[in-house]
Design a protein around this ligand. Structure first.
Ligand SMILES: NC(=O)C1=CN([C@@H]2O[C@H](COP(=O)(O)OP(=O)(O)OC[C@H]3O[C@@H](n4cnc5c(N)ncnc54)[C@H](O)[C@@H]3O)[C@@H](O)[C@H]2O)[C@H](O)CC1
Ligand code: K
Length: 223
């Protein structure tokens, strides 16, 4: 299967949404359901989900919703300025807010202590901080959060890309999530298989999320 860069994936996404008319939120919901499909719900009951404020974060919020609906014990954390949230991140944020789900914002040392406790008591940590949109070194509260996740988690599943990995070349942008499993959407990203990709991504599962082949072929120049 053709491996793609983040730019190619974004173009395929954009073509599906703008030219074909599949709303981004539909792709996000499909993505979330494919993540849940790859979780053994007999084995895992308590989850810590750590979300960024882009669409990768939005995926994580949708996964949280489905696990809550399945009756699982889910702690939701957000790292980043939610005022900068993407449209689809917000849509899922508001749904959880309306469901009166407790969402913890990691903005201080205090919240990092809460995160640490949650990680230690959870069966699984789900990483949805950054995906293909990571463009520069991970620093500050993001670095502290990823370091804590790596140190305290019992098992880490990464959404699309382990956060901190450059999706285009497998370079670690200062620090990276050490995932046991990565569920990546529609097409494999080059960085998951190059350089440090193999080490940080763990087992990679490629899951289609409803993007028509015509979008892929159009962007990859096959038609
Ligand atoms: N067709 C598909 O593959 C679909 C993919 N989906 C998911 O969308 C993400 C890509 O989302 P995007 O909003 O473009 O970017 P990210 O969420 O990865 O991150 C952007 C977010 O993070 C901030 N940021 C970037 N670098 C840094 C940094 N070094 N430090 C701090 N903050 C940083 C940036 O400002 C943004 O806020 C893809 O991976 C999939 O998970 C769709 O949901 C479904 C279709
Ligand atoms: K991620």
């Amino acid at each position: 299967m053709k491996k793609v860069t983040s730019t190619e994936m974004n173009s395929i996404d954009a073509f599906s949404i703008k030219a074909i008319g599949i709303p981004g939120i539909v792709l996000m919901e499909n993505a979330a359901l494919k993540v849940v499909k790859n979780i053994d719900l007999e084995k895992y009951n308590k989850f810590t989900i750590v979300c960024g404020v882009g669409n990768n974060g939005g995926d994580g919020l949708a996964v949280a919703r489905h696990l809550i609906v399945e009756g699982k014990d889910v702690d939701v954390f957000i790292v980043g300025n939610i005022d900068k949230g993407s449209k689809d991140f917000y849509l899922n944020y508001n749904i959880l807010d309306n469901m009166v789900v407790d969402i913890h914002h990691i903005s201080s040392e205090e919240n990092l202590k809460k995160l640490s406790k949650s990680l230690e008591s959870s069966d699984m940590t789900i990483d949805s901080i950054f995906g293909t949109g990571l463009k520069r070194n991970v620093e500050g509260i993001f670095e502290k959060t990823i370091s804590l996740i790596n140190e305290k988690s019992n098992y880490i599943l990464a959404i699309d890309i382990p956060s901190g990995l450059n999706a285009d070349n497998g370079e670690v942008l200062n620090i990276c999530i050490n995932a046991s499993k990565t569920v990546t959407f529609q097409l494999p990203k080059v960085g998951l298989y190059e350089f440090n990709g193999k080490k940080y991504a763990g087992e990679v599962i490629v899951e289609p999320i409803g993007i028509p082949n015509m979008a892929i072929n159009k962007v990859l120049g096959k038609i």
